[in-house]
Design a protein around this ligand. Structure first.
Ligand code: GLN
Length: 315
C-alpha cells in the first residue's frame, strides 16, 4: 500500500529526530538570561499538526520552554490588528538587518531610531509598545489571551522565573529601548520600563511543541483555524508575518535557512522554533543547544531534513 505523506512522516519522524539530536553537540544553551541555562542541552522534541488537527509527536516533546523571540511574530499580529499596517510601519521597518538580534549597530546608521524589522529586539520592543491597553497588566493579558486563542489552549501563561531572570539582567535590551525613546519611536506617554516589562513577560510565555505547532497551523491556514472553524487573524496580516518569518525569522541566518529549508520559521533563544508549511502543517520544535547565530542546532538540522525529504520549500 502506498503511504500518504502524513503516514510517512508519522513512521519516520522518531528516527530522523534521533539522527538530528546528534547536532545538539555542536550547540550551547543560552545563559545570558540565567534561568534559561537550566535547559537540557541534548533535548530535541518536535510536533507536527496538519490542517485537520491530526498530530504527531517525537522525542522530548513533553518539554516546556519559553517562547522568547517566537513571541514577536504573534505580538506583531496583535499590533497589526490593534493599530493597522500604516501605524505599525511608522514605528518599525520591513528589512532584514543582517546583524545579531540584539544589535544596536544600524539603529543609528540609517533612519535614526527606527528599527529595521519587528523580529529583532529593538523592533519587537517598538511593536510591543503599540499593543492596546490602559496598563502594562492589561497589555500583557491581551497578548497572553491572543496567544491562548491561536494555540487553542487557555492554560498558556508566563513563566515568572524566566521573566524575573531576564528583567534583572536585560542591560542591552534596556539600552536599546532607551535609544528608541530618545528618538521618539516610543511615544511621550510611554515609560521605557513599562514597555520592557510587557516585552519580558511576552518573551517568557511558556509553551510546549504541540501548542507551538498549533499556532503554526493557524498561520499555515492563513489565519483560519480549521479545527474550530473560526477565522482568528486577517489573511493580510498573516501574509506579513509569514514574509517576515522568511526574511528575518532566523535572525542573520535567515538567508541560509531559506536556501536549506525554504519554509517560514521563527526561532527563540530558548531553542524553540515555530515553522509552517503553507496550507499543510504547523510545526513546533525544541532543541535548547544553539549555534552562534542563536538558532537551535538540532532543530535546524531536523527541519532541513524534513523539508528536503518532502520537498517543502516554497521557493
Ligand atoms: N527575550 C530575549 C531577548 O530579548 C529574546 C531574544 C531571542 O529569543 N532571540 O534577549
Amino acid at each position: 500500500m502506498i503511504k500518504t505523506e502524513w503516514q510517512h512522516i508519522e513512521a519516520h519522524l522518531p528516527a530522523w529526530l534521533e539522527e538530528s539530536r546528534q547536532a545538539a553537540r555542536r550547540g550551547k544553551v543560552a545563559d545570558y538570561i540565567p534561568e534559561l541555562a537550566h535547559a537540557p542541552a541534548d533535548a530535541l522534541g518536535c510536533t507536527l499538526i496538519d490542517t485537520n488537527g491530526n498530530t504527531t509527536n517525537a522525542g522530548d516533546c513533553g518539554l516546556t520552554f519559553t517562547m522568547q523571540s517566537i513571541s514577536k511574530v504573534f505580538t506583531l499580529l496583535l499590533a497589526l490588528m490593534d493599530r493597522g499596517e500604516e501605524r505599525v510601519f511608522n514605528h518599525v521597518g520591513m528589512e532584514p538587518s543582517g546583524d545579531d538580534y540584539n544589535s544596536m549597530l544600524k539603529l543609528e546608521l540609517v533612519e535614526p531610531g527606527k528599527p529595521f524589522n519587528p523580529l529583532i529586539n529593538a523592533g519587537a520592543i517598538a511593536v510591543t509598545a503599540l499593543i492596546k491597553g490602559d496598563s502594562t497588566d492589561e497589555q500583557f493579558v491581551r497578548i497572553r489571551d491572543f496567544f491562548r486563542m491561536i494555540a487553542g489552549d487557555s492554560s498558556i501563561d508566563c513563566n515568572y522565573d524566566v521573566y524575573a531572570s531576564e528583567h534583572r539582567t536585560a542591560h542591552r535590551n534596556r539600552s536599546l529601548a532607551y535609544f528608541l525613546k530618545d528618538n521618539d519611536v516610543l511615544a511621550d506617554e510611554i515609560a521605557v520600563e513599562d514597555v520592557l516589562d510587557v516585552y519580558f513577560r511576552q518573551c517568557a510565555i511558556e509553551v510546549n511543541c504541540e501548542q507551538l505547532a498549533r499556532m503554526g497551523m493557524v498561520l499555515a491556514n492563513g489565519g483560519y483555524d480549521l479545527v474550530t472553524g473560526q477565522s482568528l487573524i486577517p489573511y493580510r496580516y498573516v501574509q506579513i508575518a509569514k514574509t517576515f518569518m522568511v526574511t528575518c525569522g532566523m535572525y542573520n541566518a535567515s538567508g541560509e535557512f531559506a536556501i536549506q529549508a525554504g519554509i517560514p520559521a521563527k526561532s527563540g533563544v530558548s531553542g524553540g522554533i515555530i515553522a509552517l508549511v503553507p496550507g499543510r502543517y504547523g510545526i513546533g520544535v525544541i532543541g535548547p543547544a544553539l549555534n552562534s547565530k542563536g538558532n537551535s542546532t538540532a532543530g535546524i538540522d531536523l527541519l532541513r531534513k524534513l523539508s528536503v525529504q518532502y520537498n517543502w520549500s516554497i521557493f
